[in-house]
Design a protein around this ligand. Structure first.
Ligand code: HEM
Length: 448
């Protein structure tokens, strides 16, 4: 024993030195390889350790700077996210289109960031596996199937309206809306009623989804956490793994329970939801998805389907509060639509000054149907083969939720709480989005 301790003490510094040396050589080689790849592009000077993280990532100003620099460097430039990590930033529509026309694999960092949670589902898979899954799942999002979900969109929105009915204090909107979109996606796609909007304690599964979303966002902005081995040893890395394990255990239970329901029920007795599609789908060779593949899709759709929509709805409400003239116009349009069954004009923001006049100004009129904005320059759901599969689901959901809220409330800003946008995977606000919801005395009639 004594000899063993002596040997360990003697050789430990050597072993540690070897491991550290190996890591440094790996980093230097990777840095050199990236410098070679990006040699043809000029870009902002990176800090040796932090790269361009501080100036370009995290907060909203970084996002604006990222877009501005694309024009300084002719549409594309490398942005370093650490000493041996870089990505090519592409902002102008011409280059974006060329990249999105392909269905290339996602980068290594996205895989290591999200892989332990959402596995090799539709977002992260590529090649033959992606093609097969995309073909199997696309029919589930056909507009005919979406009709079955509208009732759930309405019922869940009404629950939110009920919460805000007697509100006297400003509400932090993102928090409520992300529970709403989580409630919607869990009910519509997996028939799972978590009561997450009304309960005072979050269901452990919902808490798990919350925790991993939060931890992923924290990892993005910390360059040290970009290295797998450091992250795994850190407290956040351990919490992330524990939350992933809890989520997987729960998704597996939902899948098991549905499998036995399908086996015991008479076919055609209820509407098929997305989970039924996953469990019964067969590819051209008559092969079904494995339990692990189904679990990965369940988690992929929860990840892709809730925060993106929550962010859209929250910023929509914020803009309604900030621009009361549009709030009233929208409300008028809603009443008209409810009466006449016509499409609602919708608004999104892209900021290429070569394409949009006053790109930073809130001007939903630029999306008026008469103006026919090309889908090649306006692509919030991406474009090409990997464009968002849930686009119609999301758009319909956002419209139903917006209708329900605007019919019931006048929305005001809360001046002491200024929203400070930050972009970490999805657009959020560092300081929250606080708004006042004033119940309209007569539904749909604005307060003048
Ligand atoms: C306003 C809300 C949403 C926005 C802005 C949005 C946007 C996007 C974008 C830009 C992509 C391409 C990502 C990439 O290539 O890396 C994408 C992919 C995807 N989205 Fe969405 N999305 C939204 C809502 C949803 C919803 C509600 C679902 C599910 C019901 C969903 C499921 C997916 C999936 C599975 C992919 C991967 C598709 C593939 O690679 O084949 N999304 N989304």
């Amino acid at each position: 024993m004594g000899l063993l301790v002596t040997l360990v003490m003697k050789y430990l510094p050597l072993v540690l030195g070897f491991l550290i040396g190996k890591t440094i050589i790996k980093l230097v080689l990777r840095r050199w390889e990236l410098q070679k790849i990006f040699k043809a592009f000029s870009g902002p000077k990176p800090h040796f350790l932090w790269g361009n993280t501080k100036e370009l990532f995290g907060d909203y100003q970084g996002l604006v700077r990222m877009a501005e620099l694309a024009h300084v460097y002719s549409g594309a430039y490398p942005a370093w996210t650490g000493p041996a990590d870089a990505q090519l930033v592409i902002v102008t529509s011409g280059t974006t289109r060329a990249v999105l026309a392909g269905a290339d694999p996602k980068d290594e960092f996205s895989n290591s960031l999200l892989g332990p949670w959402i596995g090799d589902g539709l977002l992260l898979s590529h090649g033959k596996k992606w093609e097969r899954t995309r073909r199997l799942l696309t029919p589930a999002f056909h507009s005919d199937n979406l009709k079955n979900y509208i009732k759930t969109f309405e019922e869940c929105s009404k629950e939110l309206v009920k919460k805000w009915q007697h509100s006297t204090e400003p509400e932090e909107v993102f928090q409520h809306v992300s529970l709403l979109t989580l409630d919607i996606i869990m009910q519509c796609l997996f028939g799972f009623h978590s009561n997450c909007q009304s309960g005072s304690v979050l269901h452990p599964y919902i808490q798990g989804v919350y925790d991993v979303s939060e931890l992923v966002a924290k990892r993005v902005v910390n360059p040290l956490y970009h290295y797998k081995f450091i992250y795994k040893l850190s407290g956040n890395g351990k919490r992330f793994q524990a939350a992933c394990d809890a989520i997987h255990e729960h998704s597996e239970r939902i899948i098991r329970e549905r499998r036995s329901l399908i086996a015991s029920e008479k076919p055609g007795t209820r509407n098929m939801d997305f989970l039924d599609v996953l469990l019964t789908a067969k590819d051209r060779d008559d092969v079904s998805l494995s339990d692990k593949e189904i679990r990965d899709e369940v988690n992929t759709f929860i990840f892709e389907g809730h925060e993106s929509t929550a962010s859209t709805i929250t910023w929509f409400l914020y803009n309604m509060a900030k621009h009361p003239e549009y709030q009233n116009k929208c409300r008028e349009e809603i009443l008209e639509v409810i009466g006449k069954d016509k499409e609602i004009t919708w608004s999104w923001v892209h900021r290429d000054p070569e394409v949009w006049e006053n790109p930073h100004e809130y001007d939903p009129e630029r999306f008026h149907p008469d103006k026919r904005v090309s889908s090649l320059i306006h692509m919030p759901f991406s474009t090409g083969p990997r464009k968002c599969i849930g686009m119609q689901f999301a758009l319909t959901q956002v419209k139903v939720v917006a209708c329900e809220i605007l019919r019931n409330f006048h929305i005001d800003l809360d001046p002491p709480h200024e929203a400070t946008p930050e972009s970490i995977l999805f657009l959020r606000s560092k300081s929250g989005v606080y708004l006042k919801f004033i119940k309209l005395p007569v539904e749909g009639v604005p307060i003048l």
